[in-house]
Design a protein around this ligand. Structure first.
Ligand code: ATP
Ligand code: LTN
Length: 330
């Protein structure tokens, strides 16, 4: 069975961007693949995290995976830090990665710009992501558009290892949705919606109550003009809202354009708010059930156990090929 792997950082409250760009595809792919879905807590600490909120968000993200429809009996759901092989393989991967490659990563440039000090972990972040993927020999990696560059580096590193030490790693393919791969911020149609944006009005969190969702959508900035037409190059803001509508309702962009022909933004936004509220309602209900049941602890324990079994075999293979002596008992 082919393998799928992906991860989401517990660096804030998950947004509609995370859901549309990544999680929706996790749910779809679990039908046909052996799946590994991680809460990437080691990645989250590449920028400062408050310990109590890291603990809370790690469990919340895992519960949202399940609430979104990931079946823990079928897919492995776990925390990255519970599988130490990720960090160990990351170290080996950094030895294959050049400084120049890491300097070219746009996520690093965005997250480090304007900061007085930047942790080295933020710089080597892509080597950890490569280790995450390669340690299971994943075939497919469902992510949003912003992760494409990291995936390309992962493919290069896998190829480099194979070339130097002999065929070993599977070269993974990205799996990026056609619509919704880059949901934009509600306050700025040129920036991606992001859970770590300090302005909570810029994103819709999956756990936002209905009235908060309505308020955020009514305040979302829209392009000048009044027609509801999909034109991302010239009208990024209304086009973004239309993508959200399409992804939450199941209607196509053409159907939405037809439905709102000749109408103004106001009515469209009101309907959009109801479409989003209805799409998130069942997910929110399941989330609260899962959290109060306490089932997450066991789900994470068995997910990590299965993941460690696979990851340790790959890591041993890497170390053998690189020339590390195996530990021997006396
Ligand atoms: P942060 O702001 O803390 O960097 P983030 O909101 O960008 O976080 P990640 O944990 O980095 O979220 O991303 C998890 C997954 O969600 C990735 O596959 C990423 O590509 C996808 N994703 C994140 N934001 C969006 C977005 N605005 N549109 C589509 N997909 C997204
Ligand atoms: N860098 C990703 C999160 C991530 C990931 C992964 C995604 C960490 N490891 C492995 C896919 C596969 C991000 O979304 N910021």
């Amino acid at each position: 069975m082919k393998k799928v792997l992906s991860g989401i950082q517990p660096s804030g409250s998950l947004t509609l961007g995370n859901y549309i760009g990544a999680m929706k595809n996790f749910v779809k792919l679990q039908e046909e693949y052996e799946c590994y879905f991680m809460v990437v807590d080691l990645h989250a600490v590449t920028v400062p995290q408050e310990p109590a909120s890291l603990r809370e968000q790690s469990e919340a993200v895992a519960a949202l995976f399940i609430a979104a429809g990931i079946d823990p009996a079928r897919s492995n759901v776990y925390l990255q830090s519970h599988v130490p092989q990720h960090a160990e393989l990351c170290w080996l991967m950094t030895t294959l990665t050049s400084m120049g490659e890491l300097e070219r990563m746009t996520q690093f440039k965005d997250k480090s710009s304007g900061k007085d000090t930047v942790g080295a972990g933020l710089f080597v972040y892509p080597a950890l992501m490569a280790a995450d993927i390669l340690v299971y020999n994943a075939d497919l990696v469902p992510v949003g558009e912003d992760q494409k560059q990291h995936l390309e580096l992962t493919r290069d590193l896998a190829g480099r290892f194979n070339h130097r030490y002999g065929e070993f790693f599977t070269i993974p393919e990205p799996y990026i949705p056609k619509v919704g791969a880059r949901i934009m911020s509600l306050d700025d149609g040129t920036k991606k919606m992001s859970k770590s944006n300090p302005n909570a009005g810029s994103y819709i969190a999956l756990l936002d109550p209905p009235d908060v969702i309505r308020k955020k959508i009514s305040r979302a900035t829209t392009d000048s003009g009044r027609e509801v037409v999909y034109d991302p190059a010239n009208k990024p803001e209304i086009s973004n809202l239309m993508s959200i509508y399409a992804e939450c309702s199941g209607l196509s962009l053409a159907e939405i354009t037809g439905r709102y022909e000749g109408q103004m933004y106001g009515g469209f936004k009101k309907d959009l708010a109801e479409v989003v509220v209805a799409a998130l309602e069942p997910l929110q209900e399941r989330y609260h059930e899962i959290r109060s049941s306490g089932a997450i602890t066991d789900i994470l324990a068995s997910g990590a156990e299965r993941a460690r079994a696979v990851a340790s075999v790959t890591l041993q293979g890497v170390k053998d090929r690189m020339g590390f002596l195996p530990p021997r008992s006396k």
